[in-house]
Structures are given as C-alpha cells and as structure tokens.
Design a protein around this ligand. Structure first.
Ligand code: 13P
Length: 338
C-alpha cells in the first residue's frame, strides 16, 4: 500500500487510532491510579485485551505501540502486530525518545530520538509497523512557547518525518499544545497557529510528501484552569478555522489527541467538529486516555474480567467511531449505561 492509502486507511470514516503507546513511565502512572503492579505481564494483559476486542474491526484503523509492545507475543497465539493486523487495523510505533529539557530555555522541552532513527525504523518495519508517531510538546504560559521551542521542535518533527517516509512508513506528526493553564481559547488558537505554521514550513524544507502524513494536533480549547468555559460548537468552529488556515490541503488525515479531556468531552468535541467539517480532511481521533480510561478502571477492578474490560473499550471505540462521522449523540451514552 502506498503512503497516501495507509494514511487514509488509518483515518477512514467511522474509524480512528488507538494510542496505546504509553512509555513504561507513563503506563506506570496509569497502573498506579488503579493499584495494578507495573510489570510486563500486566502491561501485555491489558493491551492484548483491548486489541482483541470486537470493536477493533469496525472502529479502529491503526494502533500506536510502544517499543516493548511491538515485540511481544500474546498469550492468545499471535504476536501483537499480527493480532492488530488480524483485526483489520494497521500497527504503528512511537519512535521518539521523549521530551527532554531544552537547553537555553528554563521550562520547555525538545523531543529527542533522531540519532540512530534510520536503523530503528528499519527494525520496526520488519516487525510489522507501517506508521510511526513523534510527539512534540508546547506549554502555554506568560512567556511560552518561545520561538526557540517552536522552531526546534518543528525542525525535529520534520527531520523525523523525512526519515520515516524514506523507510516507507507514514509519519504521524504530533505537535501538542498542552491544555494546562488558565489561558483562554483565543490564546490556544494563536499559539496553535504559530506551531502549525512552523511545522509545515519545516516539513516543506525537509521535502516531506504531505500526502503520506497524518497530523495529530490538539483541539482549539481553553486551558483546563480557564474560567471561561467554551461549548462544543465554539471549540469546533475555532478548531476547523485553525486547521483550514494552517494545514495544507494535501494532508489526508487529521487525528486529534484527547490531551486530558474526559472521555465524553473528547467524544462530544470530535462529533461537533465533524458535524461542521466542510474540509476534505478525514478528521478523527487518536486517543490514549479518551479511549482507555473506562477500560483501565475495569482492569483495576478485576484483571481477569475480560468481558467487562472489553465492554468498556468497545463502547468508547463505538462512540468515537460515530463522532468521526458526526453521528454521535449524548443519549447513546445513556442508553448503553442503562
Ligand atoms: P491522549 O489522547 O491521552 O492525550 O494521548 C494521545 C497521545 O498519543 C499523546 O501522545
């Protein structure tokens, strides 16, 4: 499959991406919150339970894995990438090495992982990966994000994307403007505009073929501490406007991160965005917490109750699948809870 078709399959209408690529440190936090020991057996148990769920076939186009996971064999027989492929989804891999302190800036980060990336990509391709992810992080504060952070992270994202296409995989380009802080929705809009502009300047410079990429941005949303709450329609309008102005039309798919929104919020906002989507972009989800929070809770109650864990995951996958078409309604959440 060529890169453009892989990107379109990952973001096909009714489907989205499951971001199950929590690093060992991040999954440690998630497991701590449910009192589950962070050992390999439990990480595999949780993830293979999700990947074996029935909603995978209809609602999930791609799964982002962490280095440990892409190498694992399930207790069900197949390897993790084989299981995902059997479910009709494309296996992908997080290839960045995390956000590290940016020298010269007191409180900002640069995402690392370019050294040796060409060799690692070859190995991931052989393990079954057909797309990758790299996440840059930008914080909003009085003086942030700085031009230094915006330029350095865009440069790294673009060099990553060029290497990934050379290795015949689709790069997910993820510039995440964090929700933390008391800034209003317009501040998020202007910062995201600057960040996206710089990313697309650099992607062009590094000769990345945008038709073979997926953008994973934040929605345009007020900071989590902001007193002026926005409704879903306002978030949707500002988000679509920002994408139209700053994302080149060659990009086939845009898959949002949930970024700390609750499960229902992230579903509602995506639905509203798709209701008014008058672009040619396939717009969908690439959620970590937004897809897994309820399933994780069930896993914490009883790791062996596969049925309940999968029920929780199937429900969120279906709700977000509907949102990717603008066909979700709040009443469907209640129906299912009853
Ligand atoms: P969240 O949806 O939990 O923000 O995670 C998505 C992700 O992959 C962040 O890199």
């Amino acid at each position: 499959m060529d890169l453009n078709n892989i990107a379109k399959k990952m973001c096909a209408k009714g489907k989205g991406i499951l971001a199950a690529d929590e690093s060992t440190g991040t999954i440690a936090k998630r497991f701590k919150s449910i009192n589950v020991e962070n050992i390999e057996k439990n990480r595999l148990g949780f993830r293979q339970t999700l990947f074996n769920s029935s909603a995978m076939k209809d609602c999930i186009g791609g799964v982002i894995l962490f280095d440990e996971t892409i190498r694992q064999k399930t207790t069900l027989g197949p390897t993790i990438p084989e299981l995902i492929t059997q479910q009709g989804a494309i296996p992908g891999i997080k290839v960045d090495k995390g956000a590290k302190q940016l020298a010269g800036s007191t409180d900002e980060t640069i995402t690392e992982g370019l050294d040796g990336l060409r060799e690692r990509l070859k190995e991931y391709y052989d393990l079954g990966a057909r797309f990758t992810k790299w996440r840059a992080v930008y914080k909003i504060d009085k003086n942030f994000p700085s031009a230094q952070s915006i330029k350095s992270n865009a440069h790294a994202l673009a060099r990553y994307a060029a290497l990934v296409q050379e290795a015949k995989m689709v790069p997910i380009v993820e510039p995440e403007v964090l929700m933390d802080g008391d800034h209003n929705i317009m501040k998020c809009y202007t910062v995201t505009t600057d960040v996206l502009n710089e990313c697309y300047n650099e992607l062009e410079l590094q000769k990345v073929d945008l038709k073979g990429t997926v953008l994973k941005p934040n929605m345009i949303i007020p900071g989590s501490e902001c007193k002026d709450k926005s409704n879903a329609l306002e978030i949707a309008k500002k988000t679509i406007e920002c994408l139209k102005k700053n994302v080149p039309t060659d990009v086939p798919g845009i898959a949002f991160l949930s970024g700390g929104q609750s499960e229902i919020e992230s579903t509602r906002n995506l639905n509203e965005i798709n209701k008014i989507n008058d672009t040619n972009f396939l717009i969908t989800f690439s959620y970590g917490r937004g897809l897994q929070a309820s399933a994780l809770k069930e896993f914490g109650k009883n790791q062996n109750n596969i049925e309940n864990i999968q029920k929780a995951f199937n429900h969120r996958a279906k709700m977000n699948g509907l949102s990717s078409k603008g066909e979700w309604a709040e009443s469907l959440e209640k129906d299912s809870a009853a």
